[in-house]
Structures are given as C-alpha cells and as structure tokens.
Write a protein that binds this ligand. Structure first.
Ligand code: ZN
Length: 422
C-alpha cells in the first residue's frame, strides 16, 4: 500500500525542483544580458556553466515571453561559424516607481532595458494633508501612470513606492516618517483598497535605500560593489550597498545616518532626539547658515531646485555668506563621513539629493579629510563623487526594484498578449 502512495510524491518533489531550477536559470540568463549586453548562446553556456542545449531551450522560452530577442551575428575570433547573438528585450514591460516626498509626488517607469518610458511629477504639500488624503493623491498618480503605460501597450509588472522614514517593507507599512508626519500608515493595504485589481503587485521601501540601488546601477558599469549614498532633502538619510547587495540591518534601519549622534549634543531634531547629524548637515541647517529668514531661498513654497540653483549662483559669484555656510556644512559632512567610511569602508561615497548641487564645494573638503586619515598608503580612502541622478534617484530606484521581480523570476510575469499584427 505504502509503496503505491510514495512514487507520485517523489515525482511531484522532482517536478517542483526542476521548475525551480528552470526559473533560477531563466533569471540568471536575463541578468547576464542586462548587465553585460548581447552575446551568443555558446558564450552564455560558457559563462553560466549550463549545457548549450539547455541554454537554447531557456532562450526559446525567454523569446516567447518577449524578454529576449535575436541580435546581430557575432563575428567569432576563432575558427568556426559566427553565432547569432541574443539580447535583452522586454520593451513591453515596465516597473513603475512613485516617490512620496514632503512637497511633491514623482513617478517614473523604466522598461526592462532600463530606459525611461514614463515620467510625471505633482507638487503636493503632504505635511499639510492627513495620510488618507495624501494616499488619494498617490493612488491617482499610480492610476494615471498605469493607464498611460497600458494605453501604449506596456504592461506595468509592479509598482514600488519610495517613502521617507522608517519603512517596514515586509508588511507594507511606513512606521515613522517625521518629515511627512506619518506614523504607522499601512500604505500598501490602503492603496490596494483604492486601486483594486488595476495593480497586481505593490510594495513600499525607504527612499534613501532605493536611491542607493539606483546609484549603484549607474556606477555598476564600473564594477563598484561597495557604495555609500548620502542623500538630503527635508531630512538626511543614507543607503549602503555592500558587496553588491543592499544592506538592510536586522530591523531594516541600516542607513538611517541622518539621526546618528554626530551633531551638537543639545540640537533638537524633528525625530524627537537631540544631537542628530541632520541638525548640522541637513537642508534646514544649510539654509540657516546661508540666508536670513526672509530671504527668497528660504521660501518653502518655491521649487527647491530653483532655490538651490540660486544659491549655487551666489557661491559661484563669491558671496561670502554663502561660501562660509557651505564651508560649515562641508566640515560637518567630513566629520560624519570619515566615521561612516571607517565603519562601512565603501569604495565610493555618493553625494545625492541637495548635496549634489554643492558637490563642487563639499567634495574637496570632505575628500581632504578622508585622504588625511588613510592608515595604509596602498589602501586609498573612499572616493567622494557627485550623484548623477540627484533628486530623481529615489523614484528611479523604486522603478528598478519594481523590475526586480522580472529578473529574479521571469515566469511570474504574465506572457505578453499576442499583437494583432502577429
Ligand atoms: Zn533625528
């Protein structure tokens, strides 16, 4: 009796294992094509260590799913027939990222090749709204993005929200975001109630961590695997990529460096604590240094980028107050970053957010400080560089994370509808 029951169970386990291995290998090939470009099936077989026959079968499935297409003929360097290359396709699929900031909402969609296929921004004073009304606006922006993409034949596979503050990504909750006034907001659940089935997959992650993912993708081409991003807008936060992976920490708080006790002990911070680094390197601190209360650059109803551009002009014109203010922030930045650099040992430190506007003034001072503390001359200090994405990093990181599902398990993404033209 028992012998009659066991074989199907074994077959089922084997079938599951085979399916799981297939999914893993499909993702492996897709990531290889994304990160290293078009290549022949033979080359993929060599690089993945999989038999060429297996590669051919897997590629056929990826082509059928619209994720890979035939490329150009590769001219072989050695003897033998030139091979047809395959390359990443996936132009019909996109990840949609939506950033929730203290005074705007920003959406961006990237297709599987990483090209920007949609962008939208809406000014919104979130601190002046309760969470429910703010989420109404977020839902509206998501709906608008999804409608626009599907109308153009692009399937949004997932929506990822970038929120400031402490985020519980696993449960889809913003636990504490003092700069937008949110506490225990079940973002994913409440957006699901508003969006219904129009969005299948939805998640929320901390904005600075997402920004560090986006910066890492930008600098990834240079094989940089250890990176620290410092970003500042209303608050100050960081993200750490260690050995190519995002560092989360046991409670998901890794990178909350704006609230590390690196500032003056008696300075009060919006987070409720005293002595936070944000009180000396944050945007508010910088603005206090460089301008009086009634100066137009401190008018928060004006667009931040315009106010920062005005300050850059003042610095370029040699305005003493502006330059002294930036020097003071640079000194506080150097102090904190030299400690963080010793702890994390990143190859690069990327200055994002508002810091990127003043990179020409901050970098020399911070780099000098780091270089002056090198213990072993053959092991150079972290290199401080300017973000290329600035205030767009969080929304781009969110769109990238939304696409990650595709590159981890391509079988979870529905096959595209056959087009009428065949
Ligand atoms: Zn704080």
């Amino acid at each position: 009796m028992k012998a009659n029951v066991e074989p199907p169970a074994t077959v089922s386990i084997d079938a599951n294992r085979v399916a799981s291995v297939r999914r893993t290998n499909l993702g492996l090939i897709l990531r290889l094509l994304r990160d290293h470009g078009a290549r022949s099936r033979s080359q993929i077989a060599v690089e993945t260590g999989l038999p060429k026959a297996t590669i051919s079968t897997l590629i056929a499935e990826l082509v059928e799913r619209g994720l890979v297409r035939e490329g150009e003929i590769a001219r072989g360097r050695g003897i033998g027939r030139p091979g047809q290359t395959v390359e990443l396709d996936g132009r019909g699929l996109a990840g949609l990222g939506v950033e929730i900031s203290s005074n705007y909402l920003k959406a961006v969609a990237l297709d599987a090749q990483g090209s920007t296929v949609y962008q939208a921004q809406q000014a919104l004073d979130i601190r002046g709204l309760d969470a429910e009304h703010a989420l109404d606006a977020v839902a509206q922006l998501i709906r608008q993005g999804v409608d626009e993409l599907t109308g153009r034949g692009i399937q949004p596979i997932k929506v990822c929200l970038a929120s400031p503050g402490v985020v519980d990504a696993e449960h889809g909750t913003v636990i504490f975001a003092p700069n937008i006034g949110w506490r225990d907001v079940a973002v994913v659940k409440r957006l699901r109630q508003r969006l219904g089935t129009s969005v299948r997959e939805l998640l929320v992650e901390n904005d600075a961590r997402l920004a560090s993912l986006a910066e890492h993708a930008e600098f990834g081409r240079h094989n940089i695997s250890d990176l620290l991003l410092l970003t500042g807008e209303t608050g100050v936060a960081g993200g750490v990529i260690a050995n190519g992976k995002l560092l989360r920490g046991y409670a998901g708080l890794a990178g909350e460096i704006g609230h590390a006790p690196l500032g003056p002990a008696d300075a009060s911070c919006p987070c409720g604590r005293k002595g936070c680094w944000e009180t000396v390197v944050g945007l508010r601190a910088m603005l206090r240094h460089v301008a009086d209360d009634d100066d137009p650059v401190r008018d928060s109803t004006r667009k931040l980028e315009e106010r920062l551009a005005e300050l850059v002009q003042r610095a370029e014109a040699g305005d003493i107050r502006t330059l002294r203010g930036l020097d003071a922030v640079a000194a506080a930045l150097g102090h904190g970053l030299s400690i963080l650099s010793d702890v994390v040992n990143p190859e690069v430190i990327v200055l994002g957010g508002y810091f990127s506007f003043f990179a020409d003034y901050f970098i020399p001072s911070v780099q000098d400080r780091l270089d002056g503390r090198v213990m072993v001359p053959s092991l150079p200090a972290s290199k401080v560089i300017r973000s290329t994405l600035g205030f767009d990093a969080a929304s781009y990181g969110a769109a990238r994370l939304a696409l990650d599902l595709l590159f981890q398990d391509p079988t979870r993404v529905a096959r595209p509808q056959p087009s009428l033209s065949g």
